[in-house]
Design a protein around this ligand. Structure first.
Ligand code: AMP
Length: 221
């Protein structure tokens, strides 16, 4: 049983800020359920579902999938789950999504904590252009910052590691511009609910800061 004080951890931050890594760590240790919209969308695209075909070109170009589509993806997933503890990675990405998420959480009587993982663009650029991902389980391998690892089997599921199609400098610039445009209104909306961690630290230190900030308790079975 999860005994955390908070139901929903909402991680904000630029692409490549390390939200995915922190989400995995929180989910593994504290039993949260991962809600990563980038992963959900990539899986739909890979499956070739109707939705996947509708949204594929947004993701390829680094543009945002329309709010209604992405919100429906998230909320239908949440409704299907029995868990009431989530980490949101990559959602919300617009003010409209933030408002919809608050409405959902309030209607479900779920508490939330909002944390900004703060990393400047130069670090983002180095990280994103150096990372690989697993098309099977969606894991990110940022420490394998070498093309030499491309095509090696994923340590978790064995699928060959690859460069994410949207991890190139042109698409990254667009994704970062969109992030900069959207994050201001989101931060303004959340106001004093937002707390920050320094995302330039090594990931284990970022994680320690997060756990302290969220006042998490041990995950007990
Ligand atoms: P990520 O893996 O979080 O970097 O997301 C990859 C891509 O998925 C983004 O560039 C968008 O095209 C799409 N995406 C992910 N999350 C959202 C969201 N909350 N709203 C709209 N589009 C999203």
């Amino acid at each position: 049983m999860v005994s955390n004080l908070v139901n929903a951890v909402i991680l904000l931050g630029a692409p490549g800020a390390g939200k995915g890594t922190q989400t995995s760590l929180l989910c593994n240790e504290y039993g949260f359920f991962r809600v990563s919209t980038g992963d959900i969308i990539r899986v739909e695209v890979k499956l070739g579902s109707f939705l996947g075909k509708t949204v594929a070109h947004f993701q390829d170009k680094g543009q945002l999938v329309p709010d209604d589509l992405v919100s429906e993806l998230v909320f239908s997933r949440l409704r299907a789950l029995e868990s009431d503890s989530f980490v949101f990675d990559g959602f919300p990405r617009t003010l409209a999504q933030a408002i919809k998420l608050d409405e959902y959480l309030q209607a479900s009587s779920l508490s939330s904590s909002v944390v900004l993982v703060d990393v400047p663009f130069e670090s983002i650029r180095t990280r994103i252009l150096g990372r690989l991902y697993c098309p099977g389980c969606q894991s990110i391998f940022s420490s394998l910052a070498s093309a030499a690892y491309e095509g090696m089997p994923c340590p978790s599921c064995g699928v060959q590691l690859a460069v994410r199609p949207d991890d190139n400098i042109e698409v990254l610039k667009d994704r970062y511009d969109i992030y900069n445009r959207e994050i201001g209104p989101i931060l303004e909306y959340y106001g004093s609910r937002v707390r920050s961690v320094d995302g330039t630290q090594p990931s284990e230190m970022v994680y320690d800061s997060l756990v302290r900030l969220l006042e998490l308790k041990s995950f007990q079975c």
